[in-house]
Write a protein that binds this ligand. Sequence first.
Ligand code: ZN
Length: 459
Amino acid sequence: MTLRLPIPSVLLLSSLLAATCDADAQTKVVQEADITAKKPQIEQIVNEISANRIDAYIRKLVSFQTRHTMSDTTSDTVGIGAARRWIKQELERCGAGQLDVKFDSHIAPVGRRISRPTEIVNVVATLKGHTDSDRYYVVSGHYDSRATDVMDATSFAPGANDDASGTAAVMEMACVMAKHRFDASIVFMTVAAEEQGLYGATHWAQQAREKNLNIAGMFTNDIIGSSRSEHGEIDNKTVRLFAEGVPALKELPETTRTLIATGGESDSLSRQLARHVKEIGERYVPGFTVSIVHRRDRYLRGGDHIPFLERGYAALRFTEPNEDFNHQHQDVRVENGVQMGDLPEFVDPDYTANVTRINAAALASLALAPAAPSGVRVRTAQLENDTSLIWNANKEHDLAGYRIVWRETTSSVWQGSILTGKVNAYTVKGKSKDNYFFGVQAIDQDGNVSVATYPLPGQ
Ligand SMILES: [Zn+2]
């Protein structure tokens, strides 16, 4: 998406910079072109993502016969135990000493889809950030699989698309991105027991919440392997990105209540993140569309982003555009001449690689950029046709300034922007706060830009 930069903003920008340049001579002047230009480091990451390696990861995961959460854990070749030991080994091998790879394990008691106490093990690889390591971005796929009967722990359950595709994407990103430096930390996570009820992701998200971990964004990749619908149509240029608006919590926090009261239900943390992922991802994967769906997930389905949403974090789900339900959650068999089952022959590794590239570009961009501004307020003390915004100063040492973005209230993407330099208050003249939604982004000296923060009303 290209932002329309109105001509007068250039004048405003230069007058502002004239006022701030002397005071802060070390700050590089960032132009709009620096922000929208592709960053060489991110291009390199995107180019290194390999469809061949993703294909090999998927086939290896399928070779374990079943990765059912209650399957064998002692064999070296069959079952979920062998699968997770292989994932851990691969991440340790490719991480070049940069990835901290750990099992995150807990025992799940007997439940609706757990017939005996079962050890649930996530494989978690953390790439520590260099300047802002307490800010985290999380990307996940689930490595467990299932057959038709969700309690069947022995039948062949290849799970090539659901979700070896997402697991392979996470492994590929971890291996490629481990060779690069980022400001913030990135957690590459392959989780278990998604099919039994999101156990692995819930356990990790709950620990994060208890530690009050600053997770600035989470993506799950679940069913990103096939570009072919059940009717045979191919769409290998689109991925759906599910983004919840206002979380359906039993008790609404005060900030959420204010969000709704000001019409900001499409400016939730998850929707801001989705808007950003679309803009960045499409820039680095030309011809590919991130189709945002303004929903938590598909009907009758859920995923590993939900435990994060339920704990107040911004979280999104990537899923292919048209699913073929003959190839999900099905015993491998031929029925009425139709091959059923989640087999690798139905996976398109080139497509999965492009979805992985979208993920990687967005993650790299987020982890290189400053944090989204905090304490953003729109001044509402008087009736006026301008929009006055205030916010807290970002703390990054390489901060260059801020960008104010806006859109009409019926638009879902930003339509205009203005650079402000290193200030903490700004008035957008001639654009009424009543007629537009605004956001404030932080920018560093390399032109990396943060997710936008929605202003809540303030004096
Ligand atoms: Zn799944």
